[in-house]
Design a protein around this ligand. Structure first.
Ligand SMILES: Nc1ncnc2c1ncn2[C@@H]1O[C@H](COP(=O)(O)OP(=O)(O)OP(=O)(O)O)[C@@H](O)[C@H]1O
Length: 251
């Protein structure tokens, strides 16, 4: 059984091919990571699967639904935290959480989320006066406030301090333990290694490997490198000189 199925996704912006051919499946309750260089199509892919952008080709099914056609229905099932979230400058932290939770039939307890994300002391601070990391925490809280079945998190911990990163990882694990399936776009290999059950590695709009972090490392053979890391493995797969896909099938 799969929660998300992406088959031969394609997306162009004018002449620019952002996603050339992306296919993957996400299983229930897993934390599925998408990694790859800047501009390789990760954000575009997650925007297509959440219905924020319309694909030019291929098919996407999320909980059996089409994200473009069934966007209204999926909105209640999928929580999204995007790279740059903007809220009205004068909206206070608690007001944002209260407002977002009012959009959902069965919201999470926003006060508990505010607490878990270390925002309680900032509850009366307006969005414009939050630090970058605090804005990031708020965007994670807003992605989870609707009690979604799927959470899509794009560069979840960018801008967070080391303690906040670890707290956020724990929060994602807790969310997964409650049965939520997580799709996580990240540039941090420590995050991918600690958090993700499986990773899709993308390069120039194509999936070049799908495997567990440990499998990706085990497959990597680099001259002169005795114990390759996950970063070595991903760089070897995505460097401009890398060719082809790994021996095993992408799924
Ligand atoms: N709105 C847009 N209009 C035109 N081109 C875009 C737009 N959004 C993305 N692109 C282009 O599409 C390609 C893929 O971008 P995308 O943001 O999906 O990559 P990414 O893998 O998420 O990158 P990053 O790691 O830097 O966030 C890039 O070449 C980018 O310049």
């Amino acid at each position: 059984m799969t929660v998300i199925e992406v088959s031969n996704l394609q997306k162009r912006y004018g002449d620019q091919v952002a996603v050339r051919d992306v296919s993957f499946e996400v299983r229930p309750g897993e934390i599925f990571g998408i990694v790859g260089p800047n501009g390789s199509g990760k954000t575009t892919t997650v925007e297509c699967l959440t219905g924020l952008r319309q694909a030019d080709g291929g098919t996407i099914r999320v909980l059996g639904l089409d994200p473009t056609r069934d966007r209204a229905e999926l909105r209640h099932q999928v929580g999204i935290q995007l790279q740059e979230s903007h809220l009205p400058d004068r909206l206070k932290v608690w007001e944002a959480l209260d407002l977002y939770s009012s959009f959902y039939a069965e919201p999470a307890d926003w006060r508990a989320l505010m607490d878990e994300l270390g925002l309680t002391a900032k509850r009366n601070t307006v969005f414009a006066k939050l630090s970058g990391g605090q804005k990031q925490r708020l965007s994670v809280a807003l992605a989870l406030v609707g009690n979604p079945r799927i959470a899509v998190l794009d560069e979840l911990t960018t801008g967070l301090d080391p303690q906040a990163r670890r707290d956020t990882w724990q929060l994602v694990r807790d969310v997964r333990d409650r049965g939520v399936t997580v799709v996580l776009v990240t540039h941090f290999m420590d995050e991918a290694e600690r958090l993700c059950d499986r990773l899709a590695v993308v390069r120039a709009g194509e999936v070049v490997a799908i495997a567990t972090p440990a499998e990706l490392v085990a497959r990597t053979e680099l001259p002169g490198v005795e114990r390759p890391t996950l970063e070595d493995a991903v760089l070897a797969l995505t460097s401009p000189t890398a060719t082809g896909r790994t021996a095993t099938s992408p799924n």
